[in-house]
Design a protein around this ligand. Sequence first.
Ligand code: GAP
Length: 439
Amino acid sequence: MSEPTPDSTLFDDVVNLAKRRGFVFPSAEIYGGFRSTYDYGPLGVLMLRNVKNAWWRSMVQLRDDVVGLDAAILSPPAIWGASGHLTTFSDPMVDCRNCKERHRADHIADTCPNCGSTDLTEARDFQLMFKTHAGPVQDEGSVAYLRPETAQGMFTNFMNVATTTRKKPPFGIAQVGKSFRNEITPGNFVFRTREFEQMEMEYFVPPAEAGEWFDYWVDQRFAWYQDYGIPAEMLRLRPHDADELSHYSAGTTDIEFLFPWGWGELEGVANRTDYDLKAHASASGERLEYFDQSTNERYTPYVIEPAAGATRTMMAFLLAAYQTDTVGGEERAVLRLDWRLAPNQVAVLPLSKKPELEPTAREVLALLQPHFQCDYDVTQSIGKRYRRQDEVGTPWCITVDFDTIEDRAVTVRDRDTTEQVRVPIDGLIAELIRRTQGS
Ligand code: GAP
């Protein structure tokens, strides 16, 4: 396949939309922003939650072999010493002596991408974990780290979870939550940030089964992105070369998305072997093993880990969904998001601001709210309001007009086809549920 051409227009359009319509705001914007951190606005928080829920649904709810966990973000050096992060979780960094910018040595050639100078320092290792202190005394004994991955909480709780749930391998522990990395070069909007959210699952298996479970999870996860609307041609699998494997991995395959600047990782599926459980067992002196009563055997399970980024994945869904087309001779921007990811599934739109429409419109809103996340909008012309909803991906608009008061029917408009049909209020929920079927 030929190399993809970067589409900077798409990137700019989506970033502008995200800001303008309340998906993602630069953090601390009134103070000029803060170092590539972002806040998720009213629509972004809904969509990000939908992405995380979609992941949780497929990884936990629809399975009987995976359970959930929500571990602490603040963690002691002991965890990161044992996991290997204190010694190996670093990126090579170079400084430009001319403009003083700092870059990841493995991301640039021999030239500063900021000023073009070739006067760069030697590469030095830069520790990526955020260090802080827990408690009132700021000394070596109070050092704590913000977790750079959610994974370790699942290893340190392995025995707690195995004992309390009576799960036996193969079984998994899933977690969604914030992780922090002091990235040298964050950028490309929320693609690489210092504070981000991960969706990770550690799947504990008998060592002999690691290979087949690895293939299974690569397939499952690859299918998940397509199930939620990313076209197959915008996704690819990329096995890691031996020299780029993480310190714990015996094999990793990335699921990559075709970002406007080229292929980029959405998720890594890794065979972490028994590296982490053995490391924590040895450092803590605790047994982190599974005792198989049927065979009287004790062993340390291998771990297959599908590790995805929630915030980065949300960005990929936005990029894949953004399109422009022409409706009634007018160009419109439309986010063709899967209804399960769209911030609002339904918008209730009284045709006019006239007070006689409001009671029925609010009745329809109250009817739908327990079933769907709804918006309610009375401002501007109905055409403008349809465009506004199209642009933020709302799959269905429900228009309440003057006939509604008489015939108790509303118009349902479809975002993608713009087709409108009249539906009795009594049958509205059934009609919308019918439209959600099949996904
Ligand atoms: N526990 C394994 C692990 O953390 P990783 O490949 O470093 O593996 C997993 O991270 C996923 O987390 C990545 O595929 C990416 O989607 C997301 N991620 C990692 N660093 C990120 C960052 N700085 N900003 C946004 N997302 C990030």
